[in-house]
Design a protein around this ligand. Structure first.
Ligand SMILES: [Fe+2]
Length: 548
């Protein structure tokens, strides 16, 4: 019966999580408190922000004091690390990072007074990722294979293993400098985007291109036949010229993105097939930043031979806070429960929300039925800022901190990208009632509650919901279960009654380059500065004058 605080604080996405008696109670990313996206910008020497606000909140939300904790996990083990030059990495600040990791107990003791530095346990980075997949999944307790791929951990970029209960057997691990995550990051940088942050923009751009550089990529990147892989340096400039931030991209750039994406998918399928061939397993859990690539995830489900694939919604490094805590809770003998959902962050009572609205002196009302009120506004082509329940852990808005719009109007894609200050090639996603989804979407898994796979949109629906159909005819679906998300489900039903469409556009509630809205003040600031028709915050509605 253990109380464990998990902490991620090393590369990027600092975060904290609390697991009590095997149950995930709270998890949050520091960026939602600090308002600095991904923690510090991922420059080489400034990515070590401690998640002190997130950790304090997780403890308070769990009713715990620092002194109550049986263990604190830190998802990097400096004892396993090697000097960067030995790993073939050009990272002149890595020795500082490693020093910082070694001294984590002392640093955490300063941030969380009363913490016993001896309670801090270093968990290998990829074990923490793997646990965030297998031990948080619905499969926990049984046999589940796990595949981890990211930029890098201590010495590697990959782990393939099997969890049996809470015991991990590692079958393969790829040593640096070979890294599919770093390969994708290099391309992200070459295309003028922010490395280790904007990789999903490359995935979106790939849909606009054809993979005509695939032969070159196949020459440089391949499965090694033993569960690992090789990523040899790619001469990007020879394929498409380097872009500066904001510079217009051409067909060459889209083709390059498409080629790397296609090669990534091929190698990931090879790795998953190898793992399945070795274990004969039926269920696969995935984590690590590469597992946020929802196009690749669908390919793995289709082609790897696994019956079921589950991806940790906080697959990036934030999830290692939760994974580290689950791993150690398992070691301490607790029976682990699947994570109850992604809504593991902050929430407010109706009274607290009303105090924020009174303080802001904005006119508000309390509609008899918020689901009907929002559906009415969306049907009249309003954009709604939707702030309900606890905030999401991980990068996706899943109906708790969302921007909603009518999917039947093609121009709403542009409109939402304008609200958010995003590039126009970026898609927005549909949320759909789980029992209606099979009529509209195929290929990806259904239900799909965490928006981590792509689906094909049925031909007869493409013109009916054009705002959520990406250029290649796919959509990144979030299914909504009536029992788990009753308010969102009722809103979707009310919208369908008015429009005949069981789908609403859902994108994250934030504006240009900022972290997702987390607290009521963020919501009011976002509403105040963005052309949004209505803020639906708990049971209260705040309207913009002159809007539906
Ligand atoms: Fe990682």
């Amino acid at each position: 019966m253990a109380k464990v605080l998990g902490v991620n604080a090393l590369f990027h996405d600092p975060a904290a999580a609390v697991v009590v008696d095997g149950v995930t109670v709270a998890a949050a990313e520091e960026e939602r408190f600090s308002r600095r996206k991904h923690g510090h910008r991922p420059v080489p020497f400034a990515a070590w922000e401690l998640p002190e606000l997130a950790a304090r909140w997780c403890l308070a939300a769990s009713g715990l004091d620092v002194a109550d904790l049986d263990a604190v996990t830190y998802s990097f083990d400096p004892a396993l690390a090697a000097p960067a030059e030995e790993l073939g990495l050009d990272d002149p600040w890595d020795h500082l990072r490693q020093t910082y990791a070694r001294e984590a107990g002392g640093f955490l003791g300063t941030a969380l007074p009363g913490l016993d530095p001896a309670a801090v346990r270093h968990v290998p980075h990829h074990v923490a990722h793997g646990a965030s997949g297998a031990l948080a999944s619905p499969f926990v307790g049984g046999d589940v294979d796990v595949l981890v791929l990211d930029g890098r951990g201590e010495c590697g970029s990959h782990l393939a293993g099997t969890y049996r209960g809470s015991d991990l057997t590692v079958h393969a691990a790829q040593r640096l400098p070979h890294s599919l995550g770093l390969l994708y990051e290099d391309l992200t940088d070459h295309l003028g985007f922010l490395r280790s942050s904007d990789e999903y923009k490359v995935m979106a751009m790939a849909s606009y291109g054809t993979p005509r550089f695939l032969p070159e990529l196949r020459d440089r990147v391949h499965h090694d036949g033993a569960g690992g892989f090789r990523t040899l340096p790619v001469h990007w400039q020879a394929l498409a010229k380097r872009l500066e931030p904001g510079e217009e991209w051409s067909e060459d750039h889209a083709d390059l993105a498409a080629s790397v994406q296609a090669r990534l998918e091929e190698v990931l399928v090879d790795l998953a097939r190898w793992l399945r061939g070795r274990t004969g397993g039926t269920r696969l859990a995935m984590a690590g930043g590469v597992a946020l690539n929802c196009v690749a995830n669908t390919r793995i489900l289709e082609l790897s031979g696994y019956d079921e694939v589950w991806v940790q919604p906080a697959a990036g490094d934030a999830g290692t806070a939760l994974g580290g805590a689950l791993h150690v809770a398992g070691e301490l003998g607790d029976e682990l429960r699947p994570m109850p959902g992604a809504d593991l962050g902050r929430g407010w009572s109706d009274d607290e929300l009303e105090r924020y609205l009174r303080t802001a002196q904005v006119p508000y009302e309390r509609p008899a039925d918020m689901a009907e009120e929002v559906a009415e506004c969306l049907a009249a082509d309003g954009v709604v800022a939707w702030f309900q329940g606890r905030s999401e852990f991980g990068p996706r808005a899943l109906g708790h901190r969302s921007l909603l719009a009518h999917p039947g109007r093609r121009e709403n894609l542009e409109r939402l990208n304008d609200v958010k200050g995003r590039e126009q090639f970026r898609p927005v996603a549909p949320m759909v009632l789980a029992d209606r989804a099979p009529a509209l979407f195929s290929r990806g898994p259904l239900p799909s509650p965490y928006m981590l796979f792509v689906h094909d949109v049925a031909a007869e629906w493409r013109d009916r919901i054009p705002a959520v159909v990406h250029v290649d005819g796919t959509a990144r679906v979030q299914t909504v279960d009536t029992a788990e998300e009753p308010l969102v489900a009722r809103m979707l039903e009310a919208f369908e009654r008015r429009t005949g469409l069981p789908v609403v556009v859902n994108t994250s509630l934030n504006t240009a380059g900022r972290p997702m809205v987390d607290d009521p003040r963020d919501a009011l600031e976002c509403f105040g500065s963005a052309p949004v028709s209505m803020l639906a915050i708990g049971p209260f509605a705040v309207r913009r004058r002159g809007r539906p």
